[in-house]
Ligand binder design. Structure first.
Ligand code: PMP
Length: 455
């Protein structure tokens, strides 16, 4: 079947060979790579992707969840065109009207966000959130959960995918570096066990004097849900010990619900990070939260009006410096605003598609005797091949059969259903009956073949 894959993707293979001459590993982000070589896409339209060999696929990767409306939605295209034609691309790096208009829209769905700052990616957002928390609490370290991803920088590149042999006890995980150049050097984060109230309580109560912030994906990787009691306890503990609770909602924002995981769990974090969907497919990130916390980055602090900027005194030393040439980019905010406005109309329909798709995938699994189940919420889920109906954290996921899931993914790829092997499914407003039928018939084909193969 690897041979089938290669015979359908000859031009992808050739293109990737050429790409290797110019890009390390042929890719511009490590996550884009998979063996034997990734498919090179040429075009996206609505819910469909077309690759360089001319194969088409229903797209469930959706730009790693960033595309809530599908590829090239007219409402978003119109918004960008209008911005470019009427007001200009970049507005010379000055304050502009969309920065506040967009902030008000965010606050409507994320009332815990009283003040916010824009960044250019999710990675930058979590980085800034951590920096703000450290300045505010005057503490030096953070805590994050095993299996949770927060971007590509040293402070958080620990214990995302650790091998069990190195990961420590289940209720007291050890920080395992995830990248070259990342070490256990005393500044590594505390690693917390997800969905484990006692484990978390023990670590936090012992080390709270060092912990500025707890950073969490409230729905791990967009599909492993935190339990309500666990989230309530985490909020209680962080308040008790003066620790900033940061919800990384870059994946879950406008997906789990319009108001993200904080709407689902009815919890106000101190800081929230958002990204992906809010940029309508363009690079963006955002950090927002409690007013007193966010104000650490205000350049007005410590100065009288007009004093700032005089004699080179642009900011006081105790102000957290945050800047960026492209922050609050008007074209991107226009794309994001149009996306959110369209989602206000179409979100329930996307949730319905998602629920129907999950139900029918599970039905195929049941009927064919293949142990696949779906996990997730809102418009995002994943398919897990596991015999046991239990998925509460990273170590449960390790017990599932990822080899089989990968095989399933490669078969589905060849039948025109795309997600990167092992990746979750993100649904968009462009997915409809045609895509649902196409997907389910591919699942039926593959699952019944698997069954025969194993029997
Ligand atoms: N946090 C989470 C939860 C994410 O899912 C991601 C991206 N997958 C990031 C942070 C990093 O965002 P970006 O890729 O935009 O830097």
């Amino acid at each position: 079947n690897a041979l089938n894959y290669q015979s359908k993707t000859i031009l992808s293979k050739r293109q990737m060979k050429d790409a290797e001459n110019y890009l390390p590993g042929g890719v511009t982000a490590n996550i884009k790579y998979f063996a034997p070589y990734p498919i090179v896409m040429k075009k996206g339209k609505g819910a469909w992707l077309t690759d360089v060999d001319g194969n088409s696929y229903v797209d469930y990767l959706m730009g790693y969840g960033a595309l809530a409306l599908g590829h090239g939605h007219s409402r978003m295209n119109d918004a960008i065109t209008e911005q470019l034609n009427q007001d200009g691309t970049h507005l010379f790096g000055t304050p502009h009207l969309k920065e506040v208009e967009f902030a008000k829209k965010i606050q409507q769905y994320y009332p815990s966000i009283k003040k916010l700052r824009y960044t250019n990616s999710g990675t930058e957002a979590t980085q800034l959130a951590i920096r703000i928390a450290k300045v505010f609490t005057k503490k030096k370290k953070i805590a994050k959960f095993e299996g949770h991803y927060h971007g590509g920088f040293k402070e958080v590149l620990y214990s995302i995918n650790p091998p069990l042999t190195e990961a420590g006890a289940i209720d007291r995980p050890i920080a395992v570096p995830e990248s070259a150049g990342v070490e256990v050097d005393g500044l590594e984060p505390f690693i917390l066990p997800f969905n484990d109230v006692e484990g978390v309580e023990k670590i936090i109560s012992q080390s709270h004097q060092e912990i500025a912030a707890v950073l969490i994906e409230p729905v791990q990787a967009g599909f492993i849900l935190a339990e309500q009691a666990f989230m309530d306890k985490l909020r209680e503990l962080t308040l008790k010990y003066g620790i900033i609770l940061i919800f990384d909602e870059i994946k879950t924002g406008f997906r789990i619900a319009l108001g993200g995981a904080q709407e689902l769990y009815r919890i106000d974090p101190d800081i929230t990070t958002l990204g992906k969907i809010i940029g309508g497919g363009f690079p963006i990130g955002l950090v927002g939260g409690r007013e007193d916390i966010m104000e650490v980055s205000s350049p007005k602090r410590g100065f009288d009006v007009f004093e700032a900027g005089v004699d080179g005194k642009e900011t006081a030393k105790d102000v957290l410096f945050h800047s960026g040439t492209y922050n609050g980019h008007p074209t991107i905010l226009a794309a994001g605003l149009a996306t959110i406005q369209e989602l206000e109309v179409s979100f329930p329909q996307i949730v319905n598609y998602t629920m129907e798709l999950r139900k029918r995938i599970e039905e195929v699994g049941l009927k064919s005797g293949i142990p696949i189940r779906t996990y997730g919420a809102g418009t995002v889920f994943n398919v897990v091949w596991n015999e046991e109906k239990k998925l509460r954290h990273y170590r449960d996921l390790l017990q599932s059969n990822t080899m089989k899931r990968k095989e399933l993914d490669f078969e589905l790829l060849q039948l025109g259903v795309y997600t990167k092997p092992l990746n979750r499914y993100s649904i968009s407003a462009a997915h409809g009956d045609k895509e649902l039928d196409h997907t389910i018939s591919a699942y039926e084909n593959v699952c019944y073949c698997f069954k025969e193969g194993s029997g």
